[in-house]
Design a protein around this ligand. Structure first.
Ligand code: G3D
Ligand code: MG
Length: 192
């Protein structure tokens, strides 16, 4: 690494306000809003942007860099309000996204197969190389599981995503997905 590059990195690390746009996509009722609510807790506050049909919330996440220093990353999380199929057509929702959470419900096969459609739409809007995580939600509903791990792992490999299973109900892995997307996004920015 050249000295110049090193300098750029440091400058980046020293920035106090780092904001990344994270979009949360997936079929209706997979638990997008519930995961956000669980993560943000009591101070959860949305701002509704009617022209785009989304709710936006900002949440700080602390990440340790390679030197063990804390970096605060603000996630500006975009959550589709109402009928996602309609908003899939809206460019402003996808424009400039830095990271993506692709969510399905492990008890509903259609929500899993539709991940391919959500992914295609993202690619259409030029997001094929941003950090992304595939998330199977509602793992507390053990008896109703339709999507087994190998299926999800196969898809995650195909789409080049990280993969997690979560429960917004019990809170299992919820922190991890937001922590991970913040980390991946920060890393990809540092590598740019
Ligand atoms: P969406 O934002 O993707 O449309 P929501 O989905 O967050 O509105 O959740 C849809 C329904 O699924 C809600 O139930 C919610 O409580 C439930 N849900 C979300 N996540 C989980 C989970 O991890 N486990 C279980 N068991 N249920 C979950 P209602 O009944 O309010 O419609
Ligand atoms: Mg919702």
């Amino acid at each position: 690494m050249t000295e110049e590059n090193e300098k750029e990195k440091l400058v980046f690390h020293e920035r106090t306000e780092m904001i990344f746009k994270i979009i949360v996509i997936g079929d209706p009722a997979v638990g997008k809003t519930s995961l956000l609510t669980d993560f943000c807790g009591e101070k959860f506050k949305y701002e509704y942007i009617p022209t785009v049909g989304v709710n936006i919330t900002k949440e700080p996440v602390t990440i340790k860099d390679d030197m063990g220093k804390d970096i605060t990353v603000n996630l500006m999380i975009w959550d589709i309000a109402g009928q996602p199929q309609f908003y899939m057509l809206h460019r402003p929702y996808f424009n400039g996204a830095d990271g993506m959470l692709l969510i399905y419900d492990i008890t509903r096969s259609s929500s899993f197969s539709n991940i391919n459609n959500w992914w295609s739409t993202s690619v259409k809007y030029g997001l094929s190389s941003i950090p992304r995580i595939l998330i199977g939600n509602k793992i507390d509903l053990k008896d109703d599981r339709k999507i087994i791990l190998p299926m999800a792992e196969h898809l995650s490999e195909k789409l080049g995503t990280q993969f997690f299973e979560t429960s917004a109900l019990t809170g299992e892995n919820v922190k991890s997905i937001f922590q991970k997307i913040a980390e991946l996004t920060l890393r990809s920015k540092l590598e740019e």
